[in-house]
Write a new protein. Structure first.
Length: 82
């Protein structure tokens, strides 16, 4: 089964490990923020309620400036049974 999750934008504090000022771009996401967004949505107040962890394939689209697309695949169902 295929699931499409439409994520809302991540708040600025999640995007940067450095200090945030007026010149900070919203489009810059560090690797940790991207990884946690893909895997679990960064908590129930952001996007975790929009996850279906039992599904085989999940495509996630984020409403960021410029957009972001992620794909999360559960590999067990593709490897067969032992």
């Amino acid at each position: 089964m295929f699931v499409l999750c439409l994520d809302k934008s991540i708040p600025i504090p999640f995007n940067h490990q450095r200090s945030v000022d007026e010149t900070t771009s919203m489009d810059l996401l560090d690797d940790v923020s991207l990884s946690t967004q893909i895997l679990h949505g960064q908590g129930s107040k952001i996007n975790s309620c929009n996850r279906w962890f039992e599904e085989t394939i999940q495509a996630r689209m984020t409403a960021l400036t410029g957009g972001s697309t992620k794909l999360c695949i559960m590999h067990q169902s593709f490897q067969g049974f032992a």
